[in-house]
Write a protein that binds this ligand. Structure first.
Ligand code: DOR
Length: 444
């Protein structure tokens, strides 16, 4: 029977749970109402998608958007513009802002700043501290909460829980998956003298693979003791992978585009502090091992760890230069280029950017092209060749470590709850970002 839709995305190639094949998507009230051949149906708007692939909206489950406290680098609005320019439909933002997101009031403040001001949908991690451990079970059910973030190694900002007893208390309170920055703080302190002034290539010597391995080993032991699900963020070493593979019942893991793309031996001489990040970019052997683990399913999601700093700050002499680089806008093109080179299949890309986040964070109603789900789409042209350039970057920091890289595969459109938020580099207004809902958290 002919039907009437608000909008039809017509004639593209769809990545659905059934596989990748031709079809149309019909949307009613922001939800996917029909998938398949919709010839004969009517709609308020028809978007012609011939030659394009329609993927479930990319969910970036690790970004730092700096508001409140460091809006000179980024704010929730500029960070979300970068997200939708890059084909990202939802982001989970980190708590190392100023003030830190470690109280219900700080979380509610972020949600109210973000609603209808961010261009993409959003959730915020709640930061664990030694002082708030006992209140985390309530905190993780608050509106807009992506889950708990635990910094076991120090990075930008001052959130740190490194004492074993305090980590145990954090893991013992609450049920949802805890996302962890895993580097051994005691080892980082012991080795601080290994940093050579003016030489960012000493960053991975200081924060060495053993610092990551040691901490991930302790973290897994504590997760098993408390039977708490844990997500190890930004895996940077080959050394951690066997431990992750041996504990897949409890432990999930994230890889970032920079750890999958850069070879430190080539990148530090060329990019200096621009590629300085925690945990560090390492050499090709680590990079290739993480890629192999990703293909084998040991890595569950891709996150950008978008961590903008200004070029002026990055110009300081190492180690005064801050750690972190932008990435939310380049995640899709950089990883589609890996698809074009045959290092990753398109299905695996979809698994890592949509199904994976949906599964491990228990996202409600997003992460699949399926009837009833939010009509969140990342629409890409797999054949487009483009140069990534600083001019294209919407982040307030205004630069990318990938400037000058030619990629095959480009985000053409970003659709959130049925609305075209970005199309061919143009962002539509007004912004309409809403909190992401979670099966074991806030459901609205
Ligand atoms: O390099 C990093 N920068 N790693 C982190 O974990 C934090 C981030 C930041 O916020 O700048």
């Amino acid at each position: 029977m002919p039907r009437n839709f608000d909008i039809i995305f017509q004639g593209g190639t769809l990545a659905t749970p059934d596989g990748v094949g031709p079809g149309d998507i019909g949307v009613i009230d922001g939800h996917i109402a029909a998938l398949g051949g919709l010839g004969g149906a009517s709609a308020g708007e028809v978007v012609h998608c011939r030659g394009l692939h329609l993927l479930p909206g990319v969910i970036d489950s690790q970004v730092h958007f700096r508001e409140p406290g460091a809006e000179l680098k980024e704010d929730l609005q500029t960070g979300s513009r970068a997200a939708v320019m890059g084909g990202v439909t939802s982001v989970f933002e980190m708590p190392n802002t100023n003030p830190t997101t470690t109280t219900p009031e700080a979380l509610a403040d972020k949600v109210s700043r973000a609603r209808n001001r961010m261009d993409c949908d959003f959730a915020f991690y709640y930061g664990a501290s030694a002082d708030n451990a006992e209140s985390l079970a309530e905190a993780e059910r608050l509106e807009g909460c992506a889950g708990i973030k635990l910094f076991m190694g120090s990075s930008t900002g001052d959130l740190l829980v490194d004492e074993t007893e305090a980590v145990r208390r954090v893991l013992a309170h609450g049920r949802r998956r805890v996302a962890v920055h895993s580097e051994d703080e005691a080892r980082l302190r012991e080795r601080a003298d290994l940093r050579r002034s003016g030489d960012p290539s000493s960053h991975p010597e200081w924060r060495d693979p053993e610092a990551a391995r040691l901490n991930t080993e302790r973290l897994i032991r504590l997760a098993r003791e408390t039977l708490r699900r844990v997500h190890v963020l930004h895996i940077s070493t080959a050394d951690e992978l066997p431990m992750l593979a041996a504990n897949k019942d409890l432990i999930t893991a994230e890889a970032t585009p920079h750890h999958l793309t850069f070879d430190g031996d080539e990148a530090y001489p060329r990019l200096g502090a621009l590629v300085q990040m925690n945990p560090p970019v390492r050499n090709a052997a680590h990079r290739d091992a993480i890629f192999a683990a990703l293909r084998a399913g040991v890595i569950d999601v891709l996150g950008s760890d978008h961590a903008p700093h200004t070029l002026e700050e990055k110009g300081a002499i190492y180690p005064q230069s801050p750690s972190g680089m932008p990435g939310v806008q380049t995640l899709v093109p950089v990883m589609l280029d890996h698809v074009a080179s045959g290092r990753l299949t398109l299905q695996r890309f979809v698994d890592l950017t949509a199904h994976g986040p949906q599964r491990i964070f228990g996202i409600a109603g997003k992460g699949r092209l399926a009837v009833g789900y939010d009509a969140d789409l990342t629409i890409v042209d797999l054949k487009a060749q483009r140069d990534i350039s600083n001019d294209w970057i919407a982040s307030r920091c205004g630069w990318t470590p990938y400037a000058g890289m030619r990629v095959a595969g480009w985000p053409v459109g970003t659709v959130i709850r049925g609305r075209r938020v970005m199309w061919e580099d143009e962002i539509s207004s007004p912004a309409g970002g809403q909190p992401v809902r979670f099966q074991e958290g806030w459901l609205g």
